[in-house]
Design a protein around this ligand. Structure first.
Ligand code: FNR
Length: 359
């Protein structure tokens, strides 16, 4: 039998061998200073290589900063200079060698930047600790313990578009075959989308059209760079979980329809992150209904994410037409061979390295 989970998916010029995909997850493990700042290293090779050997259909490498000031933490990956490209090449070569499609999430942390490493507490760093002044649509801090960001001028907004475009080019040069634009979790593009963080009165603030202008421009800019063959995904927070305040599920559906017109191939549907006070009802598959609604109402392919841990749960999401693929996050940190195990449970086949031939 062929399960839905192990049925290949074709998007533009790419064939994904299966629909069990790895969610982008920051490792906070790049050098924090010196020439290798932001470059993948042995940790990333081991970490992503093992999920590739594990049969994962697509690995979306963690949030990778398009500018140095766009890093969430000082240990984030980056792709803002050419020296970082060759280090990323090690990852893409390894993933491809094991049949995984290599993808990357391009990110700018906006007002949530300038943090210490997550596992050191993740607090905001001052300038004399290696921190910097973060940027955002408006000079509104995320919380009392976070710095007040610098509100981007219109010229600086142009610079953000250029930075995403340049990063997309470097991603191609590094061998990535999928580019995801990070528009979720309260980082820069989500900050433009959500009225809780966007108080602008120019063409980037106020109406739905204005708040979505920068993310849509970045979708256009990335598409112009990568050409017609490369899949481009967009990760969205479907709701700020403070409705009717904030960014809403209805707006996500509207945005999905617009992004579809602007060459986005799949919406990776997450939620939350724009305000600390949101009460998020986490339970198995809690974000799946948002992905299902986008897919049903706009026809845009979706990826479902969030507490998807079991093979049969993933299979049902796909069989019910709620999403086109599932992103597995924390469960893939626990089990690098999640895809192989899922295939066995579903009576299907996943990639197996020759060395494991008798298993
Ligand atoms: C994340 N998540 C995340 N999301 C994202 O868009 N970019 C990122 O770089 C990260 N980084 C990250 C690091 C770690 C350690 C975790 C646990 C999570 C969120 C992640 O992609 C996913 O959406 C959530 O973890 C929910 O899915 P699971 O873990 O319930 O499968």
């Amino acid at each position: 039998m062929t399960s839905n989970l192990f049925t290949p998916l074709h998007i533009r010029g790419t064939e994904f061998p299966n629909r069990a995909w790895m969610a982008p997850m920051c490792q906070y493990s790049a050098d924090t200073s010196g020439p290798a700042t932001g470059a993948p290293n042995d940790w990333h090779v081991q970490h992503y290589g093992s999920r590739a050997v594990g049969g994962t259909g697509l690995i979306l490498v963690e949030a990778t900063a398009v500018t140095a000031e766009g890093r969430i933490s000082i240990g984030d990956l980056g792709i803002w200079n050419d020296d970082q490209v060759s280090a990323h090449r090690r990852l893409t070569d390894l993933m491809r060698a094991h049949g995984t499609v290599p993808g990357i999430q391009l990110a700018h942390a906006g007002r949530k930047a300038t943090s210490d490493l997550e596992f050191n507490g993740g607090r905001a760093l001052a300038a004399d600790e290696g921190g910097w002044t973060p940027v955002a649509p408006s000079a509104v801090a995320f919380s009392e313990s976070r710095p007040v960001p610098h509100a981007l001028t219109r010229d600086e907004v142009e610079g953000i578009v250029d930075a995403f475009a340049a990063a997309a080019q470097r991603a191609l040069d590094a061998g990535y075959e999928v580019v995801e634009i990070h528009g979720a979790h309260g980082y820069l593009l989500h900050e433009f989308l959500s009225p809780v963080s966007n108080r602008r009165d120019d063409e980037y603030g106020g109406s739905f059209e204005n708040r979505t202008r920068l993310p849509v421009r970045i979708a256009d800019a990335v598409r112009a760079v990568v050409g017609e063959a490369v899949p481009v995904f967009f990760r969205v927070s479907a709701t700020d979980w403070i409705e009717p305040e904030g960014w809403t599920a209805d707006e996500t559906v509207r945005l999905a329809a617009v992004l579809r017109e602007h060459g986005i191939d799949l919406l990776d549907v997450s939620s939350g992150g724009s305000v600390p006070r949101a009460d998020i009802p986490s339970s198995p598959g809690y974000q799946v209904p948002f992905a299902a609604r986008v897919r049903r109402e706009t026809g845009l392919p979706t990826g479902a994410v969030g507490l998807i841990t079991e093979a049969r749960q993933a299979e049902k999401i796909l069989a019910d037409g709620e999403a086109d693929a599932v992103f597995i996050g924390r469960e893939m940190l626990r089990e690098p061979y999640w895809a192989r195990r899922a295939a066995a449970e579903l009576g299907d086949e996943a990639y197996k390295p020759a060395q494991y031939g008798r298993s």
